[in-house]
Unconditional design. Structure first.
Length: 460
Protein backbone atom coordinates (compact mmCIF):
# COMPACT_ATOMS: atom_id res chain seq x y z
CA UNK A 1 0.00 0.00 0.00
CA UNK A 2 1.24 3.46 -0.94
CA UNK A 3 0.43 6.53 1.16
CA UNK A 4 0.01 10.04 -0.24
CA UNK A 5 0.96 12.81 2.22
CA UNK A 6 -0.77 16.17 1.67
CA UNK A 7 -0.31 19.40 3.62
CA UNK A 8 -2.08 22.72 3.49
CA UNK A 9 0.31 25.68 3.20
CA UNK A 10 -0.74 28.86 5.05
CA UNK A 11 -1.02 28.30 8.78
CA UNK A 12 0.09 24.67 8.45
CA UNK A 13 3.33 23.98 6.56
CA UNK A 14 4.19 27.70 6.37
CA UNK A 15 5.22 29.48 9.56
CA UNK A 16 3.89 32.88 10.63
CA UNK A 17 6.41 34.51 8.28
CA UNK A 18 4.70 32.63 5.41
CA UNK A 19 7.77 30.52 4.68
CA UNK A 20 8.89 26.91 5.10
CA UNK A 21 11.65 26.93 7.67
CA UNK A 22 15.13 25.60 6.74
CA UNK A 23 14.62 22.73 9.20
CA UNK A 24 11.32 21.70 7.58
CA UNK A 25 12.84 21.98 4.10
CA UNK A 26 15.71 19.71 5.10
CA UNK A 27 13.37 17.06 6.53
CA UNK A 28 10.86 17.16 3.68
CA UNK A 29 13.48 17.06 0.93
CA UNK A 30 15.31 14.19 2.63
CA UNK A 31 12.11 12.14 3.00
CA UNK A 32 11.10 12.92 -0.59
CA UNK A 33 14.48 11.64 -1.75
CA UNK A 34 13.75 8.43 0.16
CA UNK A 35 10.54 8.04 -1.86
CA UNK A 36 7.87 9.69 0.30
CA UNK A 37 5.00 10.95 -1.94
CA UNK A 38 4.49 14.44 -0.49
CA UNK A 39 2.61 17.39 -1.93
CA UNK A 40 0.63 20.43 -0.86
CA UNK A 41 -2.96 21.55 -1.37
CA UNK A 42 -3.56 25.29 -1.13
CA UNK A 43 -5.95 28.10 -1.96
CA UNK A 44 -2.97 29.92 -3.48
CA UNK A 45 -2.13 29.99 -7.17
CA UNK A 46 0.89 28.04 -8.38
CA UNK A 47 2.70 31.35 -8.89
CA UNK A 48 2.11 32.45 -5.30
CA UNK A 49 2.73 28.98 -3.84
CA UNK A 50 6.04 28.64 -5.70
CA UNK A 51 7.37 31.76 -3.96
CA UNK A 52 6.55 30.64 -0.41
CA UNK A 53 7.71 27.03 -1.00
CA UNK A 54 11.00 27.97 -2.63
CA UNK A 55 13.56 25.25 -1.94
CA UNK A 56 10.99 22.46 -1.59
CA UNK A 57 11.63 19.48 -3.86
CA UNK A 58 8.10 18.87 -5.12
CA UNK A 59 8.44 15.68 -7.08
CA UNK A 60 4.73 15.14 -7.64
CA UNK A 61 1.90 17.41 -8.82
CA UNK A 62 0.45 20.04 -6.48
CA UNK A 63 -3.12 21.14 -5.77
CA UNK A 64 -3.79 24.87 -6.13
CA UNK A 65 -6.76 27.25 -6.05
CA UNK A 66 -8.42 25.08 -3.36
CA UNK A 67 -8.63 22.14 -5.74
CA UNK A 68 -9.62 23.87 -8.98
CA UNK A 69 -6.30 22.78 -10.54
CA UNK A 70 -3.73 20.02 -10.22
CA UNK A 71 -0.48 21.21 -11.79
CA UNK A 72 3.10 20.17 -12.32
CA UNK A 73 5.07 22.62 -10.16
CA UNK A 74 8.14 22.77 -12.39
CA UNK A 75 6.37 23.40 -15.70
CA UNK A 76 2.95 24.77 -14.73
CA UNK A 77 1.31 22.09 -16.86
CA UNK A 78 -2.36 21.59 -15.93
CA UNK A 79 -3.08 17.91 -15.25
CA UNK A 80 -6.70 18.28 -14.06
CA UNK A 81 -9.12 21.15 -13.61
CA UNK A 82 -12.65 22.11 -12.59
CA UNK A 83 -14.42 25.04 -14.24
CA UNK A 84 -17.68 26.98 -14.47
CA UNK A 85 -20.17 26.75 -17.31
CA UNK A 86 -21.00 30.05 -19.09
CA UNK A 87 -24.36 30.06 -17.32
CA UNK A 88 -22.72 29.62 -13.93
CA UNK A 89 -20.31 32.50 -14.61
CA UNK A 90 -23.18 34.74 -15.67
CA UNK A 91 -25.09 33.92 -12.48
CA UNK A 92 -22.07 34.73 -10.28
CA UNK A 93 -21.62 38.08 -12.02
CA UNK A 94 -25.29 38.94 -11.61
CA UNK A 95 -25.28 38.15 -7.89
CA UNK A 96 -22.05 40.06 -7.29
CA UNK A 97 -23.48 43.10 -8.99
CA UNK A 98 -26.77 42.80 -7.10
CA UNK A 99 -24.86 42.80 -3.79
CA UNK A 100 -22.52 45.56 -5.02
CA UNK A 101 -19.43 43.49 -4.39
CA UNK A 102 -16.40 44.00 -6.64
CA UNK A 103 -14.36 40.77 -6.68
CA UNK A 104 -10.87 39.71 -7.56
CA UNK A 105 -11.38 37.56 -10.65
CA UNK A 106 -9.07 34.71 -11.65
CA UNK A 107 -9.39 33.71 -15.30
CA UNK A 108 -7.59 32.67 -18.42
CA UNK A 109 -7.72 35.70 -20.72
CA UNK A 110 -6.45 35.12 -24.26
CA UNK A 111 -4.85 31.92 -23.02
CA UNK A 112 -2.94 33.59 -20.17
CA UNK A 113 -3.71 33.23 -16.45
CA UNK A 114 -4.71 36.69 -15.18
CA UNK A 115 -5.86 38.21 -11.89
CA UNK A 116 -8.19 41.13 -12.52
CA UNK A 117 -9.67 43.77 -10.21
CA UNK A 118 -11.19 47.26 -10.37
CA UNK A 119 -8.66 49.69 -8.87
CA UNK A 120 -11.43 52.24 -8.21
CA UNK A 121 -13.08 49.86 -5.72
CA UNK A 122 -10.25 48.82 -3.39
CA UNK A 123 -10.43 48.40 0.40
CA UNK A 124 -7.57 47.87 2.84
CA UNK A 125 -7.68 44.09 2.47
CA UNK A 126 -7.40 44.23 -1.32
CA UNK A 127 -4.70 46.88 -1.12
CA UNK A 128 -2.58 44.69 1.13
CA UNK A 129 -3.18 41.63 -1.07
CA UNK A 130 -1.92 43.36 -4.23
CA UNK A 131 0.92 45.22 -2.50
CA UNK A 132 2.29 41.82 -1.50
CA UNK A 133 2.19 40.67 -5.13
CA UNK A 134 3.98 43.48 -6.93
CA UNK A 135 5.75 42.15 -9.99
CA UNK A 136 3.34 39.23 -10.43
CA UNK A 137 2.91 38.93 -14.20
CA UNK A 138 -0.66 37.69 -13.77
CA UNK A 139 -1.92 41.00 -12.36
CA UNK A 140 -4.41 42.86 -14.56
CA UNK A 141 -5.58 46.10 -12.89
CA UNK A 142 -8.58 47.82 -14.46
CA UNK A 143 -9.96 51.31 -13.87
CA UNK A 144 -13.54 50.20 -14.53
CA UNK A 145 -15.75 47.15 -14.15
CA UNK A 146 -15.65 46.79 -17.93
CA UNK A 147 -13.57 43.75 -18.79
CA UNK A 148 -13.45 42.49 -15.21
CA UNK A 149 -15.28 39.30 -16.15
CA UNK A 150 -13.46 38.65 -19.44
CA UNK A 151 -12.06 35.22 -20.33
CA UNK A 152 -12.67 31.81 -18.78
CA UNK A 153 -13.15 32.62 -15.10
CA UNK A 154 -12.45 29.78 -12.67
CA UNK A 155 -12.29 31.50 -9.26
CA UNK A 156 -13.70 34.59 -7.53
CA UNK A 157 -12.39 36.16 -4.31
CA UNK A 158 -14.26 38.86 -2.40
CA UNK A 159 -12.37 40.66 0.37
CA UNK A 160 -14.16 42.74 2.96
CA UNK A 161 -16.08 42.92 6.22
CA UNK A 162 -17.85 39.79 7.46
CA UNK A 163 -21.25 41.52 7.60
CA UNK A 164 -20.81 42.72 4.01
CA UNK A 165 -20.02 39.25 2.68
CA UNK A 166 -22.43 37.06 4.67
CA UNK A 167 -25.52 37.75 2.49
CA UNK A 168 -23.56 36.72 -0.62
CA UNK A 169 -22.26 33.62 1.14
CA UNK A 170 -25.85 32.64 1.93
CA UNK A 171 -26.64 32.74 -1.79
CA UNK A 172 -23.83 30.44 -2.93
CA UNK A 173 -23.49 28.15 0.08
CA UNK A 174 -26.93 26.66 -0.67
CA UNK A 175 -26.40 26.37 -4.43
CA UNK A 176 -25.12 22.89 -5.38
CA UNK A 177 -23.45 24.28 -8.51
CA UNK A 178 -20.84 26.09 -6.42
CA UNK A 179 -18.33 25.53 -3.65
CA UNK A 180 -18.19 28.63 -1.46
CA UNK A 181 -16.16 29.43 1.65
CA UNK A 182 -16.18 32.42 4.02
CA UNK A 183 -13.38 32.76 6.55
CA UNK A 184 -11.20 35.34 8.21
CA UNK A 185 -7.84 35.94 6.58
CA UNK A 186 -4.95 34.44 8.53
CA UNK A 187 -3.40 36.98 10.93
CA UNK A 188 -5.70 39.73 9.53
CA UNK A 189 -9.08 41.34 10.42
CA UNK A 190 -10.71 41.12 6.95
CA UNK A 191 -12.76 38.20 5.64
CA UNK A 192 -12.44 36.36 2.33
CA UNK A 193 -15.36 34.90 0.44
CA UNK A 194 -14.29 32.53 -2.32
CA UNK A 195 -16.55 31.13 -5.04
CA UNK A 196 -15.44 28.05 -6.96
CA UNK A 197 -16.96 25.30 -9.11
CA UNK A 198 -18.74 22.65 -7.01
CA UNK A 199 -15.97 20.07 -7.43
CA UNK A 200 -13.14 22.56 -6.92
CA UNK A 201 -12.32 21.24 -3.46
CA UNK A 202 -9.28 19.65 -1.92
CA UNK A 203 -11.49 16.57 -1.43
CA UNK A 204 -12.05 16.01 -5.16
CA UNK A 205 -8.52 17.05 -6.15
CA UNK A 206 -6.93 14.60 -3.69
CA UNK A 207 -9.13 11.80 -5.04
CA UNK A 208 -7.81 12.58 -8.53
CA UNK A 209 -4.20 12.85 -7.41
CA UNK A 210 -4.48 9.68 -5.35
CA UNK A 211 -5.61 7.82 -8.48
CA UNK A 212 -3.08 9.57 -10.72
CA UNK A 213 -0.21 8.69 -8.38
CA UNK A 214 -1.58 5.19 -7.68
CA UNK A 215 -1.78 5.64 -3.91
CA UNK A 216 -3.93 3.59 -1.54
CA UNK A 217 -4.05 5.86 1.53
CA UNK A 218 -4.01 9.57 2.35
CA UNK A 219 -2.51 11.35 5.37
CA UNK A 220 -3.24 15.08 5.52
CA UNK A 221 -2.40 18.18 7.58
CA UNK A 222 -4.40 21.40 7.90
CA UNK A 223 -5.47 24.38 9.99
CA UNK A 224 -8.61 25.92 8.53
CA UNK A 225 -12.25 25.34 7.62
CA UNK A 226 -11.39 24.82 3.95
CA UNK A 227 -9.35 21.78 5.01
CA UNK A 228 -12.42 19.89 6.25
CA UNK A 229 -13.13 18.34 2.80
CA UNK A 230 -9.50 17.18 2.68
CA UNK A 231 -9.85 15.59 6.11
CA UNK A 232 -12.96 13.71 4.99
CA UNK A 233 -11.05 11.81 2.32
CA UNK A 234 -8.02 11.09 4.52
CA UNK A 235 -7.23 7.85 6.32
CA UNK A 236 -5.39 9.92 8.93
CA UNK A 237 -5.66 13.70 9.34
CA UNK A 238 -3.76 16.00 11.68
CA UNK A 239 -4.62 19.54 12.74
CA UNK A 240 -1.81 21.87 13.76
CA UNK A 241 -2.05 23.40 17.24
CA UNK A 242 -3.13 26.78 15.82
CA UNK A 243 -6.00 25.24 13.81
CA UNK A 244 -9.62 26.29 14.20
CA UNK A 245 -11.53 24.25 16.76
CA UNK A 246 -13.88 22.67 14.20
CA UNK A 247 -10.92 21.16 12.34
CA UNK A 248 -9.35 19.91 15.57
CA UNK A 249 -12.59 18.09 16.36
CA UNK A 250 -12.46 16.33 12.97
CA UNK A 251 -8.77 15.40 13.23
CA UNK A 252 -7.18 12.07 14.05
CA UNK A 253 -4.96 14.05 16.40
CA UNK A 254 -3.61 17.55 17.05
CA UNK A 255 0.11 18.18 16.59
CA UNK A 256 2.27 21.25 17.36
CA UNK A 257 1.73 24.69 15.84
CA UNK A 258 2.97 25.97 12.49
CA UNK A 259 5.97 27.73 14.03
CA UNK A 260 7.34 24.46 15.42
CA UNK A 261 8.08 22.52 12.18
CA UNK A 262 5.25 20.26 13.30
CA UNK A 263 4.27 18.76 9.93
CA UNK A 264 7.86 17.95 8.98
CA UNK A 265 8.67 16.59 12.43
CA UNK A 266 5.56 14.38 12.40
CA UNK A 267 6.56 13.00 9.01
CA UNK A 268 10.14 12.40 10.17
CA UNK A 269 8.88 10.47 13.21
CA UNK A 270 6.10 8.53 11.49
CA UNK A 271 6.94 8.03 7.81
CA UNK A 272 9.09 5.00 8.59
CA UNK A 273 6.41 3.52 10.85
CA UNK A 274 3.67 3.94 8.27
CA UNK A 275 5.91 2.65 5.52
CA UNK A 276 6.61 -0.50 7.54
CA UNK A 277 2.95 -1.05 8.41
CA UNK A 278 1.72 -0.59 4.86
CA UNK A 279 4.43 -2.89 3.56
CA UNK A 280 3.37 -5.48 6.12
CA UNK A 281 -0.23 -5.10 5.02
CA UNK A 282 0.80 -5.51 1.41
CA UNK A 283 2.89 -8.60 2.05
CA UNK A 284 0.65 -10.44 4.51
CA UNK A 285 -2.83 -11.86 4.32
CA UNK A 286 -5.54 -10.69 6.71
CA UNK A 287 -7.88 -13.64 7.15
CA UNK A 288 -11.43 -13.02 8.35
CA UNK A 289 -13.30 -16.09 9.62
CA UNK A 290 -16.05 -17.15 12.05
CA UNK A 291 -14.77 -17.03 15.63
CA UNK A 292 -14.16 -20.20 17.61
CA UNK A 293 -14.41 -20.57 21.37
CA UNK A 294 -10.68 -20.24 21.96
CA UNK A 295 -10.80 -16.78 20.30
CA UNK A 296 -12.91 -15.36 23.14
CA UNK A 297 -9.91 -14.72 25.39
CA UNK A 298 -8.12 -12.92 22.56
CA UNK A 299 -11.22 -10.83 21.83
CA UNK A 300 -11.53 -9.86 25.50
CA UNK A 301 -7.87 -8.81 25.48
CA UNK A 302 -8.43 -6.85 22.28
CA UNK A 303 -11.38 -4.97 23.82
CA UNK A 304 -9.32 -4.18 26.93
CA UNK A 305 -6.20 -3.11 25.01
CA UNK A 306 -8.29 -0.89 22.75
CA UNK A 307 -10.07 0.76 25.67
CA UNK A 308 -6.74 1.27 27.48
CA UNK A 309 -5.47 3.00 24.34
CA UNK A 310 -8.56 5.22 24.09
CA UNK A 311 -8.19 6.20 27.76
CA UNK A 312 -4.58 7.42 27.40
CA UNK A 313 -3.98 11.10 28.29
CA UNK A 314 -4.17 13.22 25.14
CA UNK A 315 -5.81 10.45 23.11
CA UNK A 316 -9.26 11.38 21.86
CA UNK A 317 -11.83 8.67 22.59
CA UNK A 318 -13.89 9.01 19.42
CA UNK A 319 -16.37 6.12 20.04
CA UNK A 320 -16.66 6.97 23.78
CA UNK A 321 -15.99 3.33 24.71
CA UNK A 322 -14.94 2.50 28.27
CA UNK A 323 -13.10 -0.49 29.72
CA UNK A 324 -15.41 -2.82 31.62
CA UNK A 325 -18.48 -1.02 30.26
CA UNK A 326 -18.44 -1.35 26.46
CA UNK A 327 -17.51 -3.49 24.68
CA UNK A 328 -17.09 -6.42 27.04
CA UNK A 329 -16.51 -10.20 26.84
CA UNK A 330 -20.19 -10.99 27.52
CA UNK A 331 -21.17 -9.33 24.24
CA UNK A 332 -18.61 -11.38 22.32
CA UNK A 333 -19.84 -14.55 24.04
CA UNK A 334 -23.43 -13.81 23.04
CA UNK A 335 -22.32 -13.20 19.45
CA UNK A 336 -20.42 -16.49 19.49
CA UNK A 337 -23.42 -18.45 20.84
CA UNK A 338 -25.59 -17.00 18.06
CA UNK A 339 -23.03 -17.77 15.34
CA UNK A 340 -22.58 -14.04 14.62
CA UNK A 341 -19.04 -13.40 15.87
CA UNK A 342 -16.12 -13.05 13.43
CA UNK A 343 -12.40 -12.32 13.80
CA UNK A 344 -9.63 -10.88 11.62
CA UNK A 345 -6.40 -12.84 11.97
CA UNK A 346 -2.93 -11.69 10.95
CA UNK A 347 0.02 -14.02 11.44
CA UNK A 348 -2.03 -16.13 13.91
CA UNK A 349 -2.96 -13.10 16.05
CA UNK A 350 -6.54 -11.86 16.45
CA UNK A 351 -6.24 -8.23 15.31
CA UNK A 352 -9.91 -7.34 14.81
CA UNK A 353 -13.43 -8.54 15.44
CA UNK A 354 -17.01 -7.82 14.43
CA UNK A 355 -20.50 -9.08 15.19
CA UNK A 356 -22.88 -9.41 12.22
CA UNK A 357 -26.56 -9.35 13.13
CA UNK A 358 -29.73 -10.07 11.20
CA UNK A 359 -31.95 -8.03 13.52
CA UNK A 360 -32.21 -4.23 13.34
CA UNK A 361 -32.66 -1.73 16.15
CA UNK A 362 -36.25 -0.45 16.46
CA UNK A 363 -34.81 3.08 16.31
CA UNK A 364 -33.64 2.36 12.75
CA UNK A 365 -37.26 2.99 11.68
CA UNK A 366 -36.61 6.72 12.06
CA UNK A 367 -33.77 6.65 9.51
CA UNK A 368 -34.27 7.51 5.83
CA UNK A 369 -32.62 4.41 4.38
CA UNK A 370 -32.01 4.02 0.66
CA UNK A 371 -34.15 0.86 0.57
CA UNK A 372 -37.19 -0.06 2.71
CA UNK A 373 -36.61 -0.65 6.41
CA UNK A 374 -38.21 -4.11 6.15
CA UNK A 375 -35.78 -5.33 3.46
CA UNK A 376 -33.48 -8.21 4.50
CA UNK A 377 -30.21 -6.63 5.63
CA UNK A 378 -27.11 -7.45 7.65
CA UNK A 379 -26.28 -5.16 10.59
CA UNK A 380 -22.68 -4.62 11.70
CA UNK A 381 -22.17 -4.42 15.47
CA UNK A 382 -19.04 -3.79 17.61
CA UNK A 383 -16.39 -3.56 14.91
CA UNK A 384 -13.10 -3.31 16.82
CA UNK A 385 -9.44 -3.27 15.73
CA UNK A 386 -6.45 -3.76 18.03
CA UNK A 387 -4.57 -0.42 18.33
CA UNK A 388 -1.27 -2.06 17.37
CA UNK A 389 -2.80 -2.73 13.95
CA UNK A 390 -4.29 0.65 13.10
CA UNK A 391 -3.44 1.43 9.48
CA UNK A 392 -3.12 -2.20 8.42
CA UNK A 393 -6.49 -2.33 6.64
CA UNK A 394 -8.11 -4.53 9.29
CA UNK A 395 -11.30 -2.47 9.53
CA UNK A 396 -11.72 -2.47 5.75
CA UNK A 397 -11.16 -6.25 5.66
CA UNK A 398 -13.90 -6.79 8.27
CA UNK A 399 -16.32 -4.56 6.34
CA UNK A 400 -15.60 -6.41 3.11
CA UNK A 401 -16.18 -9.76 4.81
CA UNK A 402 -19.51 -8.52 6.16
CA UNK A 403 -20.50 -7.36 2.69
CA UNK A 404 -19.57 -10.73 1.16
CA UNK A 405 -21.46 -12.54 3.94
CA UNK A 406 -24.55 -10.43 3.29
CA UNK A 407 -24.37 -11.22 -0.42
CA UNK A 408 -24.12 -14.95 0.27
CA UNK A 409 -27.19 -14.67 2.49
CA UNK A 410 -29.10 -12.82 -0.26
CA UNK A 411 -29.41 -9.68 1.84
CA UNK A 412 -30.04 -6.40 0.09
CA UNK A 413 -27.83 -4.12 2.15
CA UNK A 414 -25.41 -3.77 5.04
CA UNK A 415 -26.28 -1.25 7.78
CA UNK A 416 -24.40 0.06 10.79
CA UNK A 417 -24.19 2.99 13.15
CA UNK A 418 -21.44 4.80 15.04
CA UNK A 419 -21.40 7.54 17.67
CA UNK A 420 -21.70 11.03 16.17
CA UNK A 421 -18.16 12.07 17.20
CA UNK A 422 -16.49 8.94 15.82
CA UNK A 423 -15.16 10.68 12.71
CA UNK A 424 -12.34 8.19 11.95
CA UNK A 425 -14.95 5.41 11.73
CA UNK A 426 -17.20 7.62 9.60
CA UNK A 427 -14.32 8.25 7.18
CA UNK A 428 -13.62 4.50 6.95
CA UNK A 429 -17.28 3.70 6.22
CA UNK A 430 -17.53 6.36 3.52
CA UNK A 431 -14.26 5.22 1.91
CA UNK A 432 -15.67 1.68 1.81
CA UNK A 433 -18.77 2.83 -0.05
CA UNK A 434 -21.27 3.29 2.78
CA UNK A 435 -23.85 6.07 2.43
CA UNK A 436 -24.61 8.40 5.34
CA UNK A 437 -28.38 8.21 5.90
CA UNK A 438 -28.78 10.57 8.86
CA UNK A 439 -28.66 10.63 12.65
CA UNK A 440 -30.48 8.18 14.92
CA UNK A 441 -31.23 8.18 18.66
CA UNK A 442 -30.65 4.61 19.88
CA UNK A 443 -32.01 5.35 23.34
CA UNK A 444 -28.60 5.00 25.00
CA UNK A 445 -28.40 8.44 26.59
CA UNK A 446 -29.43 7.25 30.05
CA UNK A 447 -27.26 4.11 29.85
CA UNK A 448 -24.06 5.49 28.32
CA UNK A 449 -24.72 9.24 28.07
CA UNK A 450 -24.66 8.98 24.26
CA UNK A 451 -27.66 10.19 22.28
CA UNK A 452 -26.98 10.63 18.56
CA UNK A 453 -25.43 8.09 16.21
CA UNK A 454 -24.56 8.29 12.52
CA UNK A 455 -26.45 5.71 10.44
CA UNK A 456 -24.81 4.20 7.34
CA UNK A 457 -26.00 1.84 4.64
CA UNK A 458 -24.41 0.09 1.66
CA UNK A 459 -26.86 -1.30 -0.87
CA UNK A 460 -25.63 -4.49 -2.50
Amino acid sequence: MKTLYVSDLDGTLLNTQARISPRSLEILNRLAAEGMPFTYATARSLSSASVVTRGLSAGIPVIVYNGAYIMEPATGKILASEGFSPEERAYVRRKLEEHRISPVVYAFVDGEERVSWDITRVNEGKRRYFNNRKGDRRLRPLDTEEGLYAGETFYYTCIGEKEELEPLYAVFAEDERYHCTLQQELYRPEYWLEIMPAKATKYHAILKLKKLWKCDRVVSFGDSINDLPMFRISDECYAVGNAVEELKQAATDVIGDNDSDSVARWLEENYGRLNVSTEMNKNTNIEVRPACEKDLDDIENLYNDLNDYLAKPGQKNYPRWKKGVYPVREQAEEGFRNGQLYVAVLEEAVVGTVICLQEQEDAYRTVKWQIPMEAPVLVIHILAVHPDYFGYGVGAALLQYAEDLASRQNRRAVRLDTYQDNLPAARLFEKCGFHFCGMVDLGLEEVYGLKWYRAYEKVL
